[in-house]
Write a new protein. Structure first.
Length: 324
């Protein structure tokens, strides 16, 4: 008998549409001979499942079920692909834990920690991971232009400490840009990260582990003509994504080893992707950890799976069948 899988998407941030695209990607990747798939879309308190006939059915939040043709349908597994709250920050994971529904990604603690870029990077710094100089502002706090320049320097990045897809991110080059960039970032989240600019090569590396397999994917080099890897670069083709990256075998091995170590330090589950900047002297600097990375056909992870000579369908099956 086929197991029933919920592909959970949507969420309550600017990444809503990106999440819907990831859901379509995951739907195409999972083996439909083995599983019955439904896409579950969440926005606020509107939770509904998309039915094959194009209609929608509301989700009963008491047990994460729905009704179709007078029959109750429950789920055996949830593949979470919400980028942002409540699917990337641990809230939905806690809900599924209470219902004893297994899911695809990190648990509550790892999800909450990695969702906060400042907290995650500071935590990993304790383990010897190199990070940029940074400071955090919380809602209601402010900082003078002079303090930013003295403590962080210019250029710098000002961005939400919570969230992704480069929403609310500004590369600040002048004193006059600092306060508008802070306002913009606060428009996306209640915490703002002010982070020193690092000159170098941007790369990203995916990894997943199950009871049967431990896989670190080939590394992707990110090359964009834009000021940084912004939304247009990520989703509108204004970027070159080179897999495997044009770096030495030694540096490749070091990045993959570090990615695997970060996975274990965080107690991660499912697929994660770790972004880095390689600075002079082949120094590896952490940018951020993504625990629900984009999963469209052109996203980094599917590219890296192909470069590894693996079938994405087999990877999905491994994650569903053999979670820790």
């Amino acid at each position: 008998m086929k197991r029933t899988i919920a592909i959970v998407c949507g969420g309550d941030t600017s990444e809503f549409q990106v999440s819907l695209r990831s859901a379509q990607g995951i739907y195409s990747f999972i083996d439909k001979e083995k599983y019955t798939l439904y896409i579950v879309e969440m926005h606020g308190l509107d939770w509904h499942v998309q039915l094959p006939d194009g209609n929608k059915a509301p989700i009963d939040r008491n047990d994460f079920s729905f009704q179709v043709d007078g029959k109750k349908v429950t789920f055996d597994f949830a593949y979470i692909t919400i980028h942002g709250t409540p699917g990337e920050d641990g809230r939905l994971q806690g809900y599924f834990d209470l219902l004893h529904i297994p899911y695809s990604c990190c648990g509550v603690l790892a999800a909450a920690l990695t969702y906060d870029k400042f907290a995650c990077n500071q935590y990993l710094k304790v383990f010897g991971v190199r990070i940029a100089e940074s400071l955090v502002l919380r809602q209601g706090q402010s900082i003078s232009d002079e303090d930013v320049i003295e403590k962080i320097g210019l250029p710098c990045f000002i961005k939400p400490s919570l969230g992704g897809s480069s929403f609310g991110v500004t590369k600040v080059k002048t004193k006059e840009q600092i306060q508008p960039a802070i306002v913009k970032a606060f428009g996306e989240a209640q915490e703002v990260l002010v982070e020193a600019f690092m000159e170098g090569t941007e790369v990203t590396c995916g990894c997943y582990k199950t009871k049967k397999n431990s896989v670190v994917f080939p590394i992707t080099e990110v090359v964009t003509e834009n000021e940084f890897f912004d939304y247009d670069a990520k989703y509108n083709g204004q970027v070159s994504e080179i897999t495997p990256a044009r770096i030495s075998d030694d540096l490749t091995h070091r990045i993959q080893t570090l990615t695997s170590a970060i996975y274990d330090i965080l107690g991660a589950s499912g697929i994660i992707r770790v972004d880095y900047i390689i600075t002079a002297g082949d120094k590896i600097n952490l940018l951020e950890v993504n625990t629900t990375p984009g999963m469209t056909a052109t996203s980094f992870i599917p590219q890296q799976v192909r470069a590894a000579g693996l079938d994405i369908k087999d990877v999905m099956t491994d994650i569903i069948e053999n979670p820790f």
